[in-house]
Design a protein around this ligand. Sequence first.
Ligand code: NAD
Length: 263
Amino acid sequence: MLAHKDLLNLTGKTAIVTGGAKGIGYGISYRLAEAGANVLIADMDEATAQKSAEELVAKGWSAKSLKVDVSLEADIKNMISTAVSSFGSIDILVNNAGIYPNQPIAVMETADFEKVLHVNLLSVFMTTKHASEIMKKKGGGKIINVTSIDALHPSMVGLAHYDSSKHGLWGFTKNAALELSKDNITVNAVAPGGIATPGASAGSGSLSAEQMKAAIAAFLAKIPMHRMGESDEIGKVVLFLASDMASYMTGSQIVADGGALLS
Ligand SMILES: NC(=O)c1ccc[n+]([C@@H]2O[C@H](COP(=O)([O-])OP(=O)(O)OC[C@H]3O[C@@H](n4cnc5c(N)ncnc54)[C@H](O)[C@@H]3O)[C@@H](O)[C@H]2O)c1
């Protein structure tokens, strides 16, 4: 049995965080690096990923950045081999990269729907397939998927493709947990509610920044805790799932939403 002080210690572990350059992904990268993990920030925004990794290294922690588009299998294979060549193995995979362009069905094109499914769901099949091969050789690992309350209940109009991808990701999480438990690999999810991030405050899809602000204000009014969440509040849940604290958990989804699903 681990001592209390060691329960959240990730020293010597290697973690990949997709979309780790900013927003929720950076909150996750920060907490995992602080806990002692070597963190590979894998993000298509190369400049921000590099800056974020430098911030973590400046604190005396271990981090590196890599330009990765998670919708491309070649980039994913390169991400896996970079983690192994830089840090020796992969113990923790956090599938966080995701997009949520607001597009009502009336204006949504087939290509829009496909893009959201590709980035939010198909990518996780590809990262899980390739990372789990490495984890099996190591004797185990932890995979954590960032879903959304939209994996359970729609938050607003205009996200039919997004809600399909996140419901799908929750289904994938459970089946992957079932398949990989024999290899000592756990697969869990965290479902954030409204979190204040660059993506959530920018205009998206058919909504301008002003319209997005109004949509968020309407959503905020329904949150029992009366505030948006911080990226760190998802980072802390991921740290829990990545640590020995969650040793008997697989196929679970933790909702962190300030009570939003209650309203
Ligand atoms: N912010 C919220 O309120 C909220 C709520 C529920 C779930 N989520 C989920 O949390 C995750 C992160 O959201 P966020 O709000 O921090 O977003 P964000 O837009 O603020 O940051 C996302 C990061 O992912 C990167 N990214 C996007 N597409 C990528 C791709 N194809 N390949 C690699 N990197 C890519 C971006 O460059 C960016 O650094 C997403 O999966 C999102 O669905 C967010």
